[in-house]
Design a protein around this ligand. Structure first.
Ligand code: G16
Length: 537
């Protein structure tokens, strides 16, 4: 197929407005929304080719998730809900960096390299978040898909996990569930209600939740879920869209700032569930009777879930290998607790759920969570079949395990499905959120960011725990860390924002703050910092 028409449109309507080299990042391409039209158009072209390549529907999600409202971005979803395959990330990068009059050439090269039959149908499922720019960018994606003769099914405003879910269900012949938005809500909500009614323990459990919707699409999803959850939970939704997306609220704000979200009443002893801008991350927090803030992040969720699943697996007499995947951001106390107290193996992956998901596939039951609240649980076919057989034979708690499996959205991290999983476990254990928090105490930690002229100068190894370049930076970090008791720190370039992230852990909060600032200053000096020198906030 000649791609003359596709190239014509690239030149006339969606011309390239950026000369910088751009890379497919942690979760696709992200930038200021007004610089993205040509990228969206080209990703529409690429999604169409990927659909022909896999003979399956491909998902395109228009969102910049936790980023500020003026940003936007695009995530591509492969046939079984996975993130785009690495070889195609490379194609995406080549296509986005080609000059306007080089678009046809790159498309032909991809077709030839991947041996694509271009006569095949190209079906692309498109979803978008609530950002004002998402509507316009959706049109650019559609223009790309249709320019190569593909077909689009536009799901409108939906959360990222719903898009992953419908893509998976459609491609597996609705084995996993019905490939509709309604089917998604029904499957997960029904499983939750059923699980709840079969569990008797209440103890300190209280079904009251303050829900922080981050002023994004997740607030809409939670509103819809409430129509299906009967009276099992008492959820009040805040930050429904009346304020600015992700601004001083939402999962990223609560996690990084370690603060209660704005817009949510400061009611003591009632848990707050914060999600991010596209509904794939979740963080719990609570103010105790003294008004002290406690945060329960992805590490706390992972340990709660892994511990409970392990218990159900053992009591069902199943021989399944359960493991947990974290990143370097995991609090050291969580890793020690998982390995020493729970006796569960832990693997460390690079940042990005795509890396964690792949690593979790080495286990029969792979629990993976980033500390920022992004994660899920995946079950191998062997595990799924064994659980279902044991449930039929009514072995131990296998029936419960099989119900838990249906509450989980295995296709990707899903804030609300994760919340329902946590709620199921707390209910079964008869725990309050403060009971859950007592499992272990986080080491004091601090995250900071530094802006540098070119964040690509920082490269890392060992699951991002060590810097390779610029020369001397890792030595400087080692020297700074050595002066702190129980100090740990690493730096890495963000793959979603134009910043470098700094993580620091130490034995007191003051020391963790101090360590973070010193390491941030080293980055500023050795990696070409711009703007103000890092200082205490
Ligand atoms: C995305 C990824 C996450 C990652 C986060 C931050 O989340 O899906 O896996 O942890 O970006 O990545 P980075 O540190 O490279 O900026 P989201 O929720 O923004 O899509």
């Amino acid at each position: 197929m000649a791609y003359t028409r596709a190239e014509r449109l690239a030149i006339d309507t969606y011309s390239k407005c950026d000369t910088r080299e751009i890379k497919y990042g942690t979760a696709g391409f992200r930038s200021k929304a007004d610089q993205l039209d040509y990228i969206m158009y080209r990703m529409g072209l690429l999604a169409g080719l990927r659909a022909q390549d896999t003979s399956a529907a491909i998902g395109v999600m228009i969102t910049a998730s936790h980023n500020p409202e003026q940003d936007n971005g695009i995530k591509l979803v492969d046939p079984m809900g996975e993130m785009l395959a690495p070889a195609w990330e490379a194609h995406a990068t080549t296509l986005v960096n080609a000059p306007d009059d080089g678009v046809a050439g790159v498309l032909e090269k991809i077709v030839s390299e991947a041996c694509i039959d271009t006569n095949k149908k190209a079906l692309v499922f498109v979803g978008r978040d609530t950002r004002p720019s998402s509507n316009r960018l959706r049109d650019a994606v559609i223009a790309g898909v249709t320019a190569i003769g593909g077909e689009v099914k536009d799901f409108g405003i939906i959360s990222t996990p719903i898009l992953h879910y419908v893509v998976t269900c459609y491609n597996d012949g609705e084995n996993y569930g019905k490939a509709t938005v309604k089917g998604y809500y029904q499957k997960i909500a029904q499983a939750f209600v059923k699980l709840r009614s079969s569990s008797s323990s209440h103890g300190n459990y209280d079904p009251v939740i303050l829900f922080d919707g981050a002023n994004g699409v997740g607030a809409l999803a939670m509103t819809e879920f409430l129509n299906h959850l009967q009276d099992s939970l008492r959820v009040t939704i805040f930050n429904k869209g009346e304020g600015v997306l992700n601004h001083m609220c939402g999962a990223d704000y609560v996690k990084v700032q370690q603060k209660w979200p704005e817009g949510v009443p400061k009611t003591q002893n009632v848990r707050c569930v914060s999600i991010d801008g596209d509904g794939d991350r979740v963080i719990y927090s609570v103010l105790d009777s003294e008004g002290r803030f406690h945060m329960l992040d992805g590490d706390k969720i992972a340990t709660l879930v892994a511990d409970y699943l392990q218990e159900l697996v053992k009591s069902s007499g199943l021989k399944l290998k359960l493991g947990l995947v974290q990143t370097a951001y995991a609090n050291g106390a969580s890793t020690a607790y998982i390995t020493k107290q729970l006796g569960i193996p832990v693997a460390c992956a690079r940042t990005g759920v795509k890396h964690l998901h792949r690593m979790a596939q080495q286990f029969d039951i792979g629990v993976y969570f980033e500390a920022n609240g992004h994660g899920t649980v995946i079950f191998s076919t062997v595990a799924r079949e064994a659980i279902q057989a044991a449930a039929k034979a009514k072995e131990g708690h296998a029936e419960k395990l099989s119900q838990v499996l249906d509450v989980i959205n295995e296709t990707v991290g899903d804030a609300i499905s994760d919340m329902l999983l946590v709620e199921s476990i707390l209910h079964a254990r008869g725990w309050s959120v403060l009971d859950w928090n007592e499992a272990y105490t986080d080491f004091p930690n601090r995250q900071m960011t530094v802006t540098v002229a070119d964040r690509a100068v920082i490269t890392t190894t060992d699951a991002e725990r060590e810097c390779v370049t610029p020369e001397g930076l890792q030595d400087a970090i080692n020297k700074i860390v050595s002066a702190f008791s129980k100090g740990r720190s690493f730096v890495r370039p963000s793959g979603t924002e134009d910043i470098v992230r700094i993580y620091a852990e130490a034995s007191t909060q003051e020391e963790a703050d101090n360590l973070a600032i010193q390491v941030a200053c080293a980055v500023y000096e050795l990696a070409g910092g711009i703007g103000d020198r890092p200082k205490a906030s």
